[in-house]
Design a protein around this ligand. Structure first.
Ligand code: AMP
Ligand code: DBH
Length: 549
């Protein structure tokens, strides 16, 4: 087993003292949490999938049996397990089994392909990979084979569904049933519970180590802020591996509160409205483009969605014109959520004035979330003006996993995380997101690093140079546009071939540039060298419609 790279998240001692004394970190691990909920809510429904409904007791039992099966397979406490599952009940049982066995999930999205998976597996490094045999017409087994070939430290591949040469989750469960049940938890609450994936603002995605203590704190407070109780029924519509539907309060928050999680295979309104009506769903979370789809679909829908009381929207900026339509069209409360897998989460509160809910992205969860808004030289800007958002607090990481270069860039020496977001703070402490400082494209809530895609483009034999920029898009919020310069002796590939070529490099589909524009040069007015950041800025300006003659 390759566990040579330590897995930790360390706050300085005075902060540990402060957060512990304030009662934020209560010393419970996820394994213990589920056991406690099973005691409290035994027969109550915990997770509802297409064909299954598991009670808390059943989920707890499954987590134990699977944990025993994983241990029997030879995986040990501390093993890092790449989990790539869609919104199916097994997502929940697998991660709780890993928590119970003291193993550490790394959450990949169903859309990730070999390039991303191999990168996560190398960075961790991962000892095992768990996937579904198929999802949305994509066959994951060839991907699993390629991953195992590329990453020889992956010793076990476990498949939900037809596993062919690999272990099936069902087998693991059967084997686990032969073993003595493991203890509720073998992890200390200050240990790393899992690795989240960063949106990848610069280059490749980074791994985010979150501890039991810090994450459970966000669940507890998020449930209070969002009014989540044992009566709440959450629809997991966005991919569950995303931090937003996982924890703000998401499916883990709902389970924290003793509520019920309904899983939707997609966030399309047709599917979701039917599930809302069928299971009397009370709240859900969406990215802005999906909210738009829901708003358009609602007037013609036959489904009774009156059980829904709140819709949370986050991941990308929601424009006030759309925010304003939520109450009249859906007759529900809007809650804006501005968060990040690295930590800090802001919510508008349920009793906030309409104006705040429509025009701001909320305020932090914790009284000890420290917010700094600074200029390019890290100096505080005057109150109310736009600046870079820096933050530290009881659930914001102090370091990425195994990435000294990113750590040097992304954290100040005082331990503040540089979010990359440009924000403004209102007099009452609410944040308004105004844009971002770094070059990523926020495509319907999925973040794409311009640099990562440029590196792929530069690998094309015909490409001399490339720059990727974001373009405003009415539906997606932003779309990606690749400007490329073709080598002198080469012919420009057709856009469709070009996109196919990029896709074949094994990238998540959302990263394939939406638009490709061939140019003869990057027409830079400034003499001498300009930074890629300036170049991207100039190129994106050239795409903006100008109203001047
Ligand atoms: P990630 O790194 O994938 O966890 O994405 C976090 C980033 O998403 C934030 O730093 C913001 O740039 C963006 N984001 C999340 N929620 C919002 C929101 N409500 N409004 C604007 N941007 C958001
Ligand atoms: O975009 C995000 O990463 C995000 C949005 C809303 C998030 O991580 C969260 C809430 O917790």
């Amino acid at each position: 087993m390759t566990n040579s790279i330590p897995l930790q998240q360390v706050w300085p001692a005075d902060f540990v003292k402060k957060y512990t004394e304030a009662g934020y970190w209560d010393g419970q691990s996820f394994g213990e949490l589920l056991a406690e909920r099973a005691q409290q809510y035994g027969d109550q429904p915990a997770v509802i999938g297409a064909q299954t409904c598991w009670s808390y007791a059943q989920l707890d039992q499954k987590a134990s049996t699977l944990a025993a099966g994983l241990l029997a397979l030879g995986l040990k406490k501390g093993a890092r397990v790449l989990v790539q599952l869609p919104n199916i009940p097994e997502f929940v049982s697998v991660i709780f089994a890993l928590f119970r066995a003291g193993m550490v999930p790394i959450y990949a999205l169903p859309a990730h392909r070999i390039t991303e998976l191999a990168h996560f597996a190398e960075q961790a490094p991962a000892d095992a990979y768990i996937c579904a045999a198929q999802f949305e017409g994509f066959d994951y087994l060839p991907l699993a084979r390629e991953l195992q070939q590329r990453c020889t430290h992956i010793q076990h591949i476990i498949v939900v569904g037809a596993a062919q040469e690999f272990d099936s989750l069902e087998q693991i469960e059967q084997q686990g049933a032969q073993q003595p049940p493991p203890p509720a938890s073998v992890s200390a609450a200050n240990e790393v519970a899992f690795l989240q994936i960063s949106g990848g603002s610069t280059g490749l995605s980074k791994l985010i180590p979150r501890t039991h203590n810090d994450y459970i704190y966000t669940l507890r407070e998020s449930c209070k802020i969002c009014g989540v109780t044992p009566d709440s029924i959450f629809l997991a519509a966005l991919p569950m591996a995303h931090n937003f539907p996982m924890s703000s309060p998401g499916f883990l928050g709902t389970l924290y509160a003793g509520g019920c999680v309904v899983l939707s295979p997609s966030a399309e309104p047709e599917t979701c409205f039917a599930l809302i009506a069928k299971h009397q769903v009370t709240f859900s979370s969406l990215v802005p483009p999906l909210l738009l789809m829901w708003l358009e679909f609602a007037p013609q829908s036959q489904h009774d969605i009156s059980s829904l009381t709140t819709i949370q929207v986050g991941g990308a900026k929601l424009i006030p014109e759309v925010a304003r339509r939520v109450r009249p069209v859906l007759n529900i409360q809007l809650q804006q959520v501005f968060g990040m897998a690295e930590g800090l989460v802001n919510y508008t509160r349920l009793h906030d004035a309409e104006d705040i809910v429509i025009h701001t992205q909320g305020r932090p969860i914790s009284p000890d979330d420290e917010i700094l808004i600074v200029d390019d030289h890290d100096q505080p800007v005057p109150e109310g003006t736009v600046g870079h958002l820096l933050t530290r607090g009881p659930y914001t990481i102090r370091a990425y996993h195994n990435n000294p270069a990113a750590n040097a860039r992304s954290f100040t020496k005082d331990g503040y995380y540089r979010t990359g977001d440009m924000v403004q703070r209102t007099e009452t402490g609410y944040l308004v997101v105004q844009g971002r400082a770094n070059d990523h494209i926020n495509r319907a809530g999925e973040k794409i690093s311009a640099e990562e895609i440029e590196d792929h483009l530069l690998a094309h034999p015909a490409v001399y140079d490339a720059a990727v920029v974001s373009v405003p898009d009415d539906y997606l919020g932003e779309r990606s546009c690749a400007f490329i310069i073709i080598k002198k002796d080469q012919a420009a590939p057709r856009t469709i071939e070009f996109k196919r070529w990029i896709r074949q490099r094994g990238l998540a589909d959302f990263k394939v540039p939406d638009q490709v524009i061939v140019v003869t040069s990057f027409d830079t007015t400034a003499a001498g060298k300009i930074s890629r950041k300036q170049l991207r800025h100039q190129l994106s300006q050239s795409l903006q419609p100008t109203h001047e003659q």
